[in-house]
Design a protein around this ligand. Structure first.
Ligand code: GLP
Length: 251
């Protein structure tokens, strides 16, 4: 049944001139992605075996393996030795722990990566100065990046960090928190605001989703032990992949 959902989506993409994807493994990859998006296969469920898929689709095992391999790398599928290939559960992020993007993804066996649009130093703007308790003209490091799991974009983040905590933007490779930790400036506490948004055309393009898709806008202000603000970050997460989970207790 699941196999037939995949087969018909693959055939549909092969017929659809708008797909414009001559390579069979990329078409199959897209078909699997679509079926998962439309919940044709639920998180935690197994995919048909490589052999069954290659027979049903008339594709070589190598092609099927290549299609699946890319999705495993992106974190959309997971493989358990001897048991097969499964649709990954959504990325669940506990809300009460002050962790970094890199740590959250590594904890799930995924491969976090950043693409930088900006990694520079400049003067604080009046808005930033108010938000971060900084004096006018104070130097700040600015990062603007798309955060990925493998090839899959998950979030866009804009961070501002006082140069007193991070004097050189080049110190940030993949993880901002790692760079801050090395300087003894890892945040100890944070205030975070989270709201639902519809992703704008620009954000949707960077996150490889349709314009107007659901997203989560998150603002985080993090503090050092002495109360100084060490980051002010605005993020836009894809709503279809991230789950934020909070633990609630009575007093
Ligand atoms: C999350 C938070 C950001 C924080 C980032 C640090 O994504 N929303 O506020 O700056 O983690 O992650 P990393 O250390 O991987 O750069």
């Amino acid at each position: 049944m699941m196999e037939s959902v995949l087969t018909s989506e693959y055939r549909r993409l092969s017929r659809d001139p708008a797909t414009q994807q001559p390579l069979a493994y990329l078409r199959l990859r897209q078909a699997i992605r679509n079926v998962i998006d439309q919940r044709g296969i639920e998180p935690g469920q197994a995919l048909p075996s490589e052999r069954d898929l290659s027979q049903a689709l008339g594709l070589s095992r190598v092609t099927v393996r290549k299609a699946i391999g890319g999705l495993v790398e992106e974190g959309l599928l997971t493989q358990r030795h001897g048991a097969g290939t499964f649709v990954a559960e959504r990325i669940v992020k506990p809300m009460s722990r002050l962790t970094s993007f890199t740590e959250d993804l590594r904890a799930r066996g995924l491969n976090p990566r950043s693409e930088f649009f900006e990694r520079g130093i400049g003067e604080v703007t009046p808005e930033e100065a108010m938000a971060m308790n900084l004096s006018p003209g104070a130097p700040v490091v600015r990062l603007h990046r798309v955060r990925y799991a493998g090839d899959e974009p998950l979030a866009i983040e804009r961070s501002v960090v006082p140069a007193s905590a991070l004097p050189d933007p080049a110190l940030v490779h993949d993880s901002l928190y790692e760079a801050l930790e090395q300087r003894g400036c890892r945040p100890r506490r944070a205030l975070q605001r989270l709201r639902a948004v519809l992703l704008t055309a620009q954000h949707a393009r960077l996150l490889h989703v349709a314009v107007g898709s659901a997203g989560l806008a998150i603002e985080r202000r993090s503090f050092l032990d002495d109360g100084r603000i060490v980051e002010f970050t605005s993020s836009w997460y894809r709503g279809d992949i991230y789950d934020f989970v909070a633990e609630l207790q009575t007093d």
